[in-house]
Unconditional design. Structure first.
Lengths: 226, 238
């Protein structure tokens, strides 16, 4: 039997290779990110609301919806010609499929986030450089919870008739806690508060990471049952 | 032929070892339902190494469901399935990634199977007549070429149980002969084959046995003994 780490790596590399080949999810995610950042920026009254007041919310709305576009595609290619059946026949632990998909999705969402941050700086005139390590930690923590539950629900949604509509419906209620944490922490970090002052929020998001990743990894093999 | 060594003992010492043939796959009282609708009922079947069972039956009889249960993709609702070998599956869909090339598809699945599967990629592409298209995307392939590549994918781990659902669909005469010759060679090498097909005439030289699945139940498994499957098909009351 092929080991879990090796099988997960093979699956993640295949997913990234498919995305590099087509670039459909990345291109649509990126276009969406630019649009959301721009629309939210121009929708405020600059005499009444400072751009940095809405910046944390704008950043996380952008991350969330741009990433859902990618998560929606995570299992579509497996579904088109039932390639998942061939993967399930391979002598690999079924949890390796989750970890492979999770890793591939993390790289995809991370790339969308990495491209969105400079755009965010340009639009919202926020000085992120002094706080970059703290900001990256906050983004990484919230992203892990987001991608774990997104990977699980993407596998469920692809088997329904209206997969692209179903994923946000299933996913968004579960994203409220980590997203609220992400917005709150981002606002405080951009205000210059040190991470040592933010222990409560960090522990909350860390707890969601642990719970979501564990539950998603445990439930994923059940979701694959026909 | 695969064998299982059965040992037993009296109180003081092991008496003897007995060798009994072991089916590559065996089902006992297998049933499968979708919701409340039964698709398979009380299916008992044994398939041994070197046998090729041609399974026939009307559309919706449960043939594909039986293949998916035997492959391990579906759980039986009742009964047991014992599989003593890894299965290779050729289904209605090729189970490939259209965006990847033929070689990339096979290499991906070979890495998941591990062992020396990667070394079989090139020979398999040669064997199914796609070596010259190895670096073309599957999206550019005809239905027949995709079908042949799907067969190569199923053979990557040299399975001793091969489950084929309409393996000749979409193939022209030349490639039909190529696939039939490949299946005959696999059977002669000791693989057990279970083939679902409506194109009986092609399987005269391949199938050793035949059975009919209808109304959720499997009929008797009949040895062909060189007879034409179409003639036996009529005998089975189909």
């Amino acid at each position: 039997m092929v080991g879990l780490v090796r099988a997960a790596t093979v699956i993640a590399l295949k997913d990234l290779s498919l995305e590099l080949r087509t670039k459909t999810a990345f291109a649509s995610g990126l276009v969406f990110a630019v649009l959301v950042l721009a629309i939210l920026f121009f929708s405020r009254d600059p005499t009444a609301v400072a751009s940095r007041d809405i910046a944390p919310g704008a950043l996380w709305v952008t991350f969330t919806f741009a990433s859902i576009l990618g998560l929606n595609r995570a299992f579509v290619l497996e579904h088109e010609q039932r390639a998942m059946d061939a993967i399930l026949l391979a002598p690999i632990p079924r949890s390796a499929i989750f970890w492979g998909k999770f890793a591939g999705n993390l790289v995809f969402v991370g790339t969308i986030e990495a491209v969105s941050i400079p755009l965010f700086v340009v639009f919202y005139d926020v000085a992120v450089w002094p706080y970059l390590p703290s900001l990256l930690l906050v983004i990484a923590l919230a992203t892990v919870a987001f991608v774990a539950v997104g990977t699980l629900f993407s596998a469920i949604a692809v088997r329904t008739q209206y997969a692209e509509m179903m994923l946000p419906l299933l996913l968004l209620p579960f994203l409220v806690p980590p997203l609220v944490g992400g917005v709150q922490l981002t606002a405080r970090v951009l205000d210059g508060r040190p991470l040592s002052d933010l222990g409560g929020w960090l522990r909350l998001i860390g707890g969601f990471d642990l719970a979501f990743v564990t539950l998603a990894a445990l439930l994923f093999p059940v979701v694959l049952e026909d | 032929m695969q064998t299982r060594v059965t040992r037993w003992s009296n109180r003081s010492h092991v008496v003897v070892a007995r060798r009994v043939p072991v089916p590559v796959v065996a089902t006992r009282g297998l049933a499968r339902r979708y919701g409340y609708r039964p698709v398979l009922r009380d299916v008992s079947l044994e398939l041994y190494a070197g046998q090729a069972l041609l399974l026939v039956g009307p559309n919706g009889a449960g043939k594909t469901t039986l293949i998916r249960v035997l492959a391990g993709l579906l759980r039986p609702s009742a009964g047991t399935v014992e599989r003593h070998a890894p299965a290779g599956l050729v289904g209605h869909d090729a189970m490939l990634y259209p965006v990847l090339t033929a070689a990339e598809n096979l290499r991906f699945f070979a890495r998941l199977y591990g062992g020396d599967c990667l070394s079989r990629v090139e020979p398999l592409l040669e064997r199914i007549g796609l070596a010259d298209r190895a670096h073309d995307r599957v999206a550019t392939f005809s239905r027949g070429m995709t079908q042949r590549l799907g067969i190569a994918r199923a053979l990557l781990h040299a399975p001793t149980l091969l489950l084929l659902d309409e393996p000749l669909s979409g193939l022209d005469d030349k490639n039909r002969q190529l696939v039939l010759a490949l299946l005959t060679a696999l059977r002669d090498d000791g693989a057990a084959l279970l083939v679902v097909s409506h194109q009986l005439e092609g399987f005269a030289g391949v199938a050793s046995h035949m059975a009919r699945l209808a109304d959720t139940k499997l009929g008797p498994v009949v040895a062909l003994d060189g007879r034409d499957p179409s003639a036996v098909f009529r005998e089975l009351g189909a």
